[in-house]
Design a protein around this ligand. Structure first.
Ligand code: SAM
Length: 286
């Protein structure tokens, strides 16, 4: 049980010291752990991949809810602690690895064969939240949903709708693959040591098909990235990096033909509009 006193006891017993550089803020609030587990909707027919188990608080709860749990932890010092804490659960495996350098397709074959539904559940290290989420989304893994604790403002960016300052390339990438739902806001005091910022649990339900149909996904994301290069600039100014300055007039007409005013800013465009613009640029060799 992830109470403050048990966490402190485990830390003292093993002489563990926190590494800020690895984003080590351990969750000590049981009600938050319950919210995470509920949101993941696990049962014994499903698997769970945890990124960064720490001393295993969330892992223990996952072990009680899922048929198979695999936890990937970068910090070698935590491996014997996890071995100790998780010894009652034979269906839990701990892998000592950096999630960003892990071959996830291979890990899936080794760990989750026989599990059609797998959730990714984690209290993510904040210094690498976005690269981890992007890796999970882009590698086309059979993930049912992702339930993660992240910095509150990152959760808001993931779930943002067009028109506000939170909406950007992260919102579009996440919403292209998933339907986001904010589960709860979590104050710093739910962790030891407490982080300086509020956190939030967000659930990303993987879509069966991407939110919009595009002929070239890489091109779609290139267009989105380019459109947001300088947020205060107009769409046609930013996208002229793709068309070339000499074809800027043509670019303006092309945007109009997609029903998008060239003076608009990227933050006002829906995924659908970005998809239309991508197809038009592609068709005109831009
Ligand atoms: N799950 C635990 C909890 O909720 O109390 C710990 C969460 S803590 C915010 C993040 C964990 O991720 C730490 O255990 C840290 O060592 C681990 N970590 C950091 N970077 C990692 C990486 N690249 N790959 C795998 N684990 C990582």
């Amino acid at each position: 049980m992830a109470t403050s006193s048990r966490t402190k006891e485990i830390i003292r017993k093993h002489g563990f010291t926190f590494k800020k550089s690895l984003g080590q803020n351990f969750l000590i609030d049981l009600s938050v752990l319950d919210r995470i587990i509920d949101a993941a909707g696990l049962d014994e027919t499903k698997g769970a991949l945890e990124v960064g188990p720490g001393i295993g608080s969330l892992t223990e709860q996952l072990a009680q809810a899922a048929g198979k749990v695999t936890a990937v932890e970068i910090d070698r010092r935590l491996i014997p602690i996890l071995g100790d804490v998780l010894s009652p659960y034979p269906h839990v495996s701990v892998v000592h690895s950096d999630i960003l350098k892990t071959d996830l397709k291979k890990l899936w074959e080794e760990q989750f064969s026989g599990f059609a539904k797998v959730s990714v559940v984690a209290n993510l290290p904040y210094y690498v939240t976005t690269p981890i989420i992007m890796k999970l989304l882009e590698e086309q893994l059979p993930i049912e949903n992702i339930v993660v604790m992240v910095q509150k403002e990152v959760a808001e960016r993931m779930a943002a709708k067009p028109g506000g300052k939170e909406y950007g390339s992260l919102s579009i990438a996440v919403q292209y693959y998933c339907e986001p739902e904010l589960v709860c806001i979590v104050p710093g005091k739910a962790f030891i040591p407490p982080p300086n910022v509020d956190s939030a649990v967000i659930k990303l339900r993987r879509r069966t098909e991407p939110a919009v149909a595009v002929s070239d996904e890489a091109k779609f994301f290139r267009v989105v990235q380019t459109a947001f290069t300088q947020r205060r600039k107009t769409l046609s100014n930013n996208l002229s990096a793709l068309s070339g300055k000499e074809r800027k007039g043509e670019l303006g007409e092309l945007l109009q033909s997609c029903g998008v005013q060239p003076e608009r800013r990227a933050e006002t465009l829906s995924l659908d509009e970005f998809a239309r613009v991508t197809e038009a640029l592609e068709a005109h060799g831009m």
